[in-house]
Design a protein around this ligand. Sequence first.
Ligand SMILES: N[C@@H](CCC[C@H](N)C(=O)O)C(=O)O
Length: 311
Amino acid sequence: MNSSAVAADLTSLTGVAFSKGHGTGNDFILIADPEGEQQISAAAVAAACDRHRGIGADGLIRAVRSQALPEARELLERHPDAEWFMDYRNADGSISEMCGNGVRVFVQFLLDSGLVALAPGDVLGIGTRAGIKWVSRTDQGFAVDLGPWSFSHPETALERGVDSLVTADSLDVTRPGLSISTGNAHTVVALAQRSELDELALHRAPVVEPVPENGSNVEFALPHDPLVLDGIAEISMRVFERGVGETLSCGTGACAAAAATRFWAGAGAPDLWRVNVPGGVLGVRFFTAADGEEHVELSGPAVIVAQGVFG
Ligand SMILES: N[C@@H](CCC[C@H](N)C(=O)O)C(=O)O
């Protein structure tokens, strides 16, 4: 995008108040729009997220009351508790269903703005395009029940353990990948050595074949050796996010990487996982929820660093 186009698209946000926050280095611009009055174009999102000519961020999140958003009506009928909806956009302006780091930062933003209250031990339901997400406080920040995770191609995954091929610039051979949904699309590749993770070149999107219909976030996961220590399994991960590029962290991606590695590890792999990302550490927990399904929970910090007004 050239600088005059960025300036023009930013003008559409003039006077709009924002906060800037991050979760393990995955950073977001947050805007409160309770009555759903803001029309924020994809170009305006991209201009705001531009790291040289805008505020700079991996994504933009608009906080809208679910009842003010036609696309949230069905969710609100099923979950009248979901007062607030997280309208998430990637840095290129594209829409995503979910953002695991984003939902924690979103809740911190709602709390700081006095729009919600969340006492220790309570849960807050947040509407997203991937359904309601239940958020609670932890010592380190927040835990989010992302709901059930699933294989994108269950038959192939169960039969072959993988379902796709992934090529990144720095990998000398194409590697098998496993496609997993944690509300949004992920393809996880297992690496064998620390040097492969460190030397990954993620300046360009890895190629996934067959090409996922709506694109995919791609996670490269290195299981630690030993994988399990004191009942907690540990992996390190880097990610190329759909609609963004390489980011310092991806919450839904951390859950997908843990789910894939746990599946590959076989019976007896633990439910508790520690996922190291370039921007910090995330916790992942698998548990059987009241609906009888296996859910995945993401935990980690959420920090608001600045407030301002687009000028
Ligand atoms: N960083 C997020 C995921 C954001 C959306 C993703 N790029 C997509 O297009 O699905 C996370 O923390 O989960």
